[in-house]
Ligand binder design. Structure first.
Ligand SMILES: *Cc1c(COP(=O)(O)O)cnc(C)c1O
Length: 367
């Protein structure tokens, strides 16, 4: 059996209703900041529970423009997590700012207990990452941010519909960035991203920044960017929004199945599940003994397991000028050695899930 990681062919193989909507949209020619985009922004804001949502061309730009609108610029320090997708750190670096890392805990997110030690007089903003679909402990992070007068941008790219204490990812900080990349939980047919905020002034700045700083056709009030969400993709987004709940529920159900069955294996350790948190399992990750051999075994048996990531971002060659060395963030380092990700999407069949479990069990049998 083959258990693939990407499910896009299944998700979009049979969607005549969406094709019909696109066929109706294209002849309108309303491609740039068009009506379906405004509708998508309204519905996305309602989904997350914020006053505003601003469509941009990627999750990376959602983070970059949010930081920029909050005043982050050259030489400023922005604090983020030591293990995240490159884009979090890329957004900081694109502004000429300096990423300052804080180690993770076993929720794969920033260990907030270590945050204060990383704050310096040059710190300009905090960029916690709700990595894998877990959430950073915002209950402890926000009081620190408020006491230190630091704005917060949530990297919620992997946590659409996630929540902590019943409060959604993206509603805690000054702004939050989401990604609509094809591999994310709410995925359009190209790059795309969304910023959410409750701050009216920030909303106005962000709408300028994403569209060349144009207040109207002839007036440039700030130098901005070309970072609009394509209206074509907003049509896809509008088709997806009503499915978000079902997609999320299925991922959570898949994770429960894996937790129950993989948890019986002595060599597999399930990360602590946090009752107050709705984890949306963008990635389903467990800790595995003899991880590299298990990964090779899974691949050989047709299970497309992955590691997110074998080398944490803080140790990547592109950041060697920061002077970090292996051991600086020991939890992120341990994760890099022990974690493995299994397919967990809404299109997995019961047989596929059982095959994943059986493949892992087979590897450890007799060990
Ligand atoms: C995907 C992702 C991003 C960037 O999103 P893009 O839409 O690919 O630019 C940023 N941060 C995290 C944690 C992500 O997973």
């Amino acid at each position: 059996m083959k258990v693939r990681y990407s499910y896009l062919a299944q998700q979009f193989g049979d969607c005549d209703d969406l094709w019909q909507q696109l066929r109706e949209f294209v002849p309108t020619g309303d491609f740039t900041l068009g009506k379906p985009l405004a509708e998508f922004e309204r519905r996305f804001a309602a989904l997350i529970g914020t006053r505003h949502a601003i469509g941009v061309n990627s999750g990376t730009d959602a983070l970059k423009l949010s930081l920029k609108a909050l005043g982050v610029g050259h030489g400023d320090e922005v604090i983020t997590a030591a293990n995240t997708f490159v884009a979090t750190v890329g957004a900081i670096c694109e502004l000429g700012a300096v990423p300052i890392f804080v180690d993770c805990d076993d929720s794969f997110c920033m260990d907030v207990a270590k945050l204060e030690a990383a704050i310096s007089p040059r710190t300009k903003a905090l960029l916690p990452v709700h990595f894998t679909g877990y959430m950073t402990d915002m209950r402890r992070l926000m009081p620190i941010a408020e006491r230190r007068g630091l704005p917060v941008v949530e990297d919620a790219c992997q946590s659409i519909a996630g929540a902590l204490d019943g409060r959604n990812a993206g509603t805690w900080g000054n702004a939050a960035g989401f990604s609509l990349h094809p591999l994310k939980n709410l995925n359009v047919w190209s790059d795309g991203g969304v910023i959410v905020t409750n701050d009216d002034a920030l909303d106005r700045s962000l709408r300028l920044l994403r569209n060349h700083g144009l207040a109207d056709r002839d007036t440039v009030v700030v130098m901005g960017h070309n970072s609009r969400l394509d209206t074509f993709q907003a049509v896809v987004g509008n088709w997806l929004i009503p499915k978000t709940q079902a997609i999320t529920d299925q991922r959570i159900a898949n994770a429960r199945f894996y937790d129950e069955h993989l948890g019986k294996l002595r060599q597999i350790s399930i990360p602590r599940r946090i009752p107050a948190m709705r984890c949306v399992y963008h990635l389903y990750i467990v800790f595995a003994e003899d991880r590299d051999a298990l990964l090779a075994h899974c691949i050989a048996r047709g299970v497309e397991a992955k590691v997110h990531y074998p080398v944490p971002i803080y140790r990547q060659p592109a950041l060697k000028h920061l002077g970090h060395r292996e051991g600086d963030f020991p939890v992120a380092d341990r994760h890099a050695r022990e974690i493995i990700s299994f397919p967990c999407d809404q299109h997995l069949s019961e047989d596929e899930k059982r095959y994943v479990v059986a493949t892992v069990a087979e590897f450890y049998r007799g060990r």
